[in-house]
Ligand binder design. Structure first.
Ligand code: GH3
Ligand code: MG
Ligand code: MG
Length: 240
């Protein structure tokens, strides 16, 4: 603003609209120029500090909500999203599915080819997962080689179909170039559907049991958790 005012002042003098007045002479315009000149530096400094602060805050929020290795949403972001979707599913009575995905024998990949190759597998896995799931699904890295996919507005058939599509898409080899043989990897997936009145921790526990069953069953497979017996469900809150 100060720059614009000085430019305007210069232009007026250039076209001889006013007789040139020294900035040191007492005049209303000079008072305005001096007042603005005094405020400009602190205002610019404050603005720069606020911009730097806003940038640091947004970078910190991004780092907290994303896994630095794969770029997938973090465990913290996943549980925040899960809480929202769980509340929405209970309010609207819509379906909510959960897939827990775990890389099979991942330790062997690390031990045989090294951690850097293991990291590459995790990055590739996230990329392929995001290609295969629906746009509304939410895929996050919740542990070392464990991922969770939240399926809002999904019934059992949809959840099973997405899980099977994902399993097939992740039964692949990491390509390390023409002179190196590909590194085969697979995943096991546990599927659970939110039951009426069920807490999110209950849904997680059932998906985890299904994942365990998939591992026990030989890995590279999808297992769906059985429906919760009615007697085990939380009593639903009735409203007067
Ligand atoms: P299972 O089929 O039963 O799941 O066997 P697993 O070997 O995949 O499971 P285990 O829990 O024995 O090993 C998981 C391994 O994942 C161990 C750990 O070193 C590795 N891991 C965890 N986080 C990372 C990571 O960020 N990068 C790499 N490269 N490895 C990781
Ligand atoms: Mg594993
Ligand atoms: Mg694991």
């Amino acid at each position: 603003m100060l720059g614009l005012l000085h430019t305007a002042r210069g232009l007026f003098y250039a076209v001889d609209a006013y007789a040139a007045v020294s900035l040191l002479e007492p005049a209303v315009y000079n008072l305005i120029f001096f007042a603005l000149g005094t405020l400009a530096l602190p205002a610019l400094t404050l603005g720069a500090v606020m911009m730097a602060n806003a940038r640091v805050l947004s970078e910190t929020a991004y780092a907290a909500d994303h896994d630095h290795l794969t770029g997938a949403p973090s465990r913290r972001a996943f549980f925040a999203c899960a809480e929202r979707e769980h509340g929405r599913a209970r309010r609207h009575g819509s379906g909510l599915g959960l897939l827990l995905v775990d890389v099979d024998h991942f330790k062997r990949i690390n031990d045989t080819y090294g951690h850097a190759v293991g990291d590459q597998v995790l990055r590739e896995l996230v990329r392929h997962t995001q290609e295969v799931v629906r746009k509304i699904d939410y895929c996050a890295r919740i542990g070392g080689e464990e991922f969770a996919v939240l399926l809002p507005d999904a019934g059992l058939d949809t959840a099973q179909a997405v899980a099977e599509r994902l399993r097939a898409a992740l039964d692949r080899s990491l390509d390390l170039g023409p002179s190196t043989p590909g590194i085969a990897y697979t995943v096991s997936i546990g599927v659970a559907m939110l039951e009426e009145g069920e807490a999110f921790t209950g849904l997680m526990a059932r998906a985890d049991q299904a994942l365990y069953a998939a591992k026990e069953g030989g890995r590279n497979q999808v297992v769906c958790a059985p429906a919760l017996p009615a007697a085990w469900r939380e009593p639903s809150v009735s409203q007067a």
